[in-house]
Structure formats: structure tokens, C-alpha cells
Ligand binder design. Structure first.
Ligand code: NI
Ligand code: MN
Length: 226
């Protein structure tokens, strides 16, 4: 599977012939200045929670591509009022789409939309079909609920975890998270974008390597082949 990193927590991939785009925060991100959001393909936008650094470009991309929003009922409804379609979910639920099955899982964080609208509970997603299974944690603390993922979902091929600390778990907790979810191939996101979440790449990479885990710290625009 080819995963394209668009900076912060934004990434896209193709699954079951559909383009999935996660948490598009690109045009306001100076680190992603070289990414042209008008060229990003999308059939579905998966939105973990309502914060600006996860929804900023969602409206524009959805209107250009006709992509539907998969998110909490409340965030889906907010986009639906802009005549953007999609599919409402809530944590604990799963639904099978034309590209695969999405399970909405717990995330410990907060969620309000940019205009102050209530964003309901934040969530992560476990997504699978016959080709692959992966977990995108969204913004979250380390939580014991992550232990439920291997009990309730197929074996993960990789996971996308926040590692920047301060607003989400840092890398030490992400290491424990990777034990909880039973997955040693991790793509780190939500780091370096703001001063509060700058990380020491060598220190973080070393900590994962010492535990025999593979951590990818993608650069903006990088295409990861997994
Ligand atoms: Ni957030
Ligand atoms: Mn965030």
C-alpha cells in the first residue's frame, strides 16, 4: 500500500480502488507549502475530530472532489449543512463501505469545530479489507482501550500514531501503544508542525529501534510503501 504524507496528521492512500484522505490540514501548514490541495485525490475524507488542524481543507477538497465525510455524527452533520455528503459514525461502531470496513474506536482528546460547533467525541479508525488492515489513532492519549483493537479487529499491518507530545501522546507512550495494539510498524504523525510538538528525530527513532520496532517519520510529500 502506498501512503502519501501531506504533513501534520494528513495522509492519503488508495484502498479497494478508492482514495481515502485523512484529517486534511495542509494549506494553513507552512511545512506543507509545496503541496497543492487541488491535486489531492479523494473519494472519502476521514475526520478524527473537529479541531482546525484536522479539518482545515476538508470543505474545499470535498467540494472539488465530491468526497464524502466519514466522521462522528456531529461532524458529519456540520459538513452535511455545507451540502457535503458522507456517512455518520460513532465510537464502537463499524460499517462496511465499498473500499472496506471502518471501525470507529476511542480516542482520549477533545473535539470542537472551528466555528465553535460541538464536535462530539474524538475517534480513531481501524480500517480493513482483504488487502490490508491499519489503525489511524487520530489525536489521542495512550489509552487502555487500545488493547481492545487486537481483540476486535483483524491483525494490523501498520498504525499511524501521534507522537508529538503536549496535545497527544508522545513517543514513549506511542511505544506502549504499539504493544497494546500488537503492531510494530508505526508511522508517526502530529509532530514538528508547531513549537509545542517539535521532536528530536534521532532520539525518537532510536527509542523505537531499541525496542525492535519500525518507526517511519515521514517528510511532507513523502510516499511510503508498506
Ligand atoms: Ni486535536
Ligand atoms: Mn491535532
Amino acid at each position: 500500500m502506498k501512503i502519501t504524507y501531506y504533513g501534520h496528521s494528513a495522509f492519503g492512500l488508495e484502498m479497494g480502488g478508492k482514495n481515502l484522505l485523512f484529517d486534511p490540514f495542509i494549506s494553513p501548514n507552512p511545512m506543507a507549502a509545496e503541496i497543492d490541495i487541488n491535486k489531492i485525490p479523494a473519494d472519502y475524507l476521514l475526520i478524527s475530530h473537529g479541531h482546525q488542524d484536522h479539518v482545515a481543507d476538508a470543505e474545499r477538497i470535498a467540494k472539488r472532489t465530491g468526497a464524502g465525510v466519514i466522521s462522528s455524527f456531529e461532524i458529519f452533520t456540520w459538513f452535511n449543512q455545507m451540502e457535503i455528503g458522507g456517512h455518520p459514525m460513532n465510537t464502537g461502531g463499524k460499517y462496511t463501505f465499498d473500499f472496506g470496513t471502518v471501525k470507529a474506536v476511542s480516542a482520549i482528546h477533545s473535539s470542537v469545530l472551528p466555528d465553535g460547533t460541538y464536535g462530539a467525541n474524538p475517534m480513531g479508525f481501524v480500517i480493513w479489507n482483504d488487502e490490508a488492515c491499519f489503525y489511524y489513532a487520530g489525536d489521542t492519549a495512550l489509552t487502555m482501550d487500545m488493547k481492545l483493537i487486537p481483540m476486535t479487529c483483524p491483525k494490523l499491518d501498520f498504525a499511524v500514531l501521534p507522537i508529538g507530545d503536549n496535545f497527544t501522546m508522545g513517543y514513549e507512550d506511542a511505544l506502549i501503544a504499539s504493544d497494546f495494539i500488537g503492531c510494530d510498524t508505526i508511522i508517526g504523525v502530529h509532530f514538528d508542525t508547531f513549537g509545542y510538538i517539535k521532536i528530536d528525530h534521532n532520539e525518537v527513532l532510536k527509542a523505537f529501534a531499541e525496542r525492535g520496532k519500525k518507526l517511519i517519520l515521514p517528510s511532507v510529500g513523502e510516499v511510503i510503501q508498506l
